[in-house]
Design a protein around this ligand. Structure first.
Ligand SMILES: [Fe+2]
Ligand SMILES: [Fe+2]
Length: 339
């Protein structure tokens, strides 16, 4: 039976309905910050990319086709895990407020990538093929299988009673924040910003700016949840859990490297597989640091165009909001530069 009574810790099963006194004001602040980043797909002009698509070399066109095929299902997987797993087990109404907002954002991302594929792939057969990539393209299927392995790992859990249940939940949460939003998507964004650095596909890059900010915040929230659980139940974070997290990140880097091999198979001038691997390792180390763990790879970021990303986005955000028409922005918005 569902209990409404207040719990001791965030992962105690039940349905806490009490917002005052608020146990986790930080989660409510995350919800308010997320609303400041409201955008719609209609604001993004993708048609300006059509002329660029005709300019691409065959190798670049292959990269773009693979990339959009990944985007066709990536956010749908995240949205499903969010509502089927995370929402159920994070037991605080202010945290569920944030997760509701995140679910909306994932839906906007799904709409954005649907619109992207419809615009970039006017041929119906090509379009259908791209949407089926998760079944037909091995490097994309491999990433989806990695996601589903961690979705399946907690599918049987209706209540997080034991410490083992809670560790399984934490692994799912960390997988989606650090490996999927924090690595697979960041890898994808790197291709977009590489193309932008060559003056290509500015429409895609401008939509990606919005998605990038959303994903940074999704990760930040998930890591706040991890920090909260660590404070409340430190004994969950034993060596075995930490080893599992490291192993998971190594697997994610390998899966994303396999995807990079596929994207870059024809050789894209200015973007080497070695640099992409180094970037992914560098990002994985940052995710480990956010989880309080030592680096695994000690890799450097070879992509100056990604280092600038957060700073540029923050200024663009305020410039854009000068002419804002949907959401009034008051106060400050802070983005953690670690992302
Ligand atoms: Fe997303
Ligand atoms: Fe997300």
């Amino acid at each position: 039976m569902t209990t409404f009574a207040r719990k001791q810790s965030l992962l105690d099963p039940g349905m806490d309905l009490t917002l005052r006194p608020m146990r986790y004001p930080l989660f409510y602040e995350r919800f308010r910050d997320a609303i400041k980043n409201t955008w719609t797909v209609e604001e993004v002009d993708l048609h300006s990319d059509l002329a660029d698509l005709n300019k691409l070399t065959p190798a670049e066109r292959h990269l773009v086709n693979r990339l959009v095929a990944f985007f066709a299902t990536g956010d749908t997987i995240v949205a499903n895990n969010l509502v089927l797993n995370l929402y159920e087990h994070v037991n605080a109404p202010e945290a569920r407020l944030y997760l509701s907002r995140q679910l909306f954002e994932e839906a906007v991302h799904v709409q954005f990538y649907l619109t992207l594929l419809d615009t970039y792939l006017p041929d119906e057969n090509e379009r259908i093929e791209a949407f089926a990539a998760v079944e037909n393209i091995p490097s994309i299927r491999n990433k989806a299988e990695f996601c589903f392995k961690w979705i399946d790992s907690i599918e049987h859990l209706n209540r997080l009673h034991s410490k083992e249940d809670r560790r399984a939940f934490l692994l799912n949460l960390i997988c989606f924040a650090a490996c999927i939003e924090g690595l697979f998507f960041y890898g994808a964004f790197a291709y977009v910003y590489f193309l932008r650095s060559r003056g290509l596909l500015n429409g895609l890059a401008s939509g990606t700016n919005w998605v990038f900010r959303d994903e940074s915040m999704h990760m930040a929230f998930a890591f706040d949840v991890v920090d909260t659980v660590r404070r409340e139940e430190p004994d969950l974070f034993d060596d075995e859990l930490h080893d599992q997290v490291r192993q998971m990140l190594r697997e994610a880097v390998d899966a994303e490297t396999q995807f990079a091999e596929d994207l870059l198979v024809q050789g894209v001038a200015g973007l080497s597989l070695a640099d992409m691997r180094s970037y992914l390792e560098h990002v994985a180390d940052r995710r480990l640091a956010a989880l309080g763990l030592a680096p695994e790879f000690n890799a450097r970021n070879p992509f100056a165009f990604m280092e600038l990303q957060d700073v540029q986005e923050l200024s663009n955000f305020f410039e854009r909001r000068v002419s804002a028409y949907q959401v009034a922005v008051t106060g400050t918005v802070s983005f953690d530069e670690d992302f």
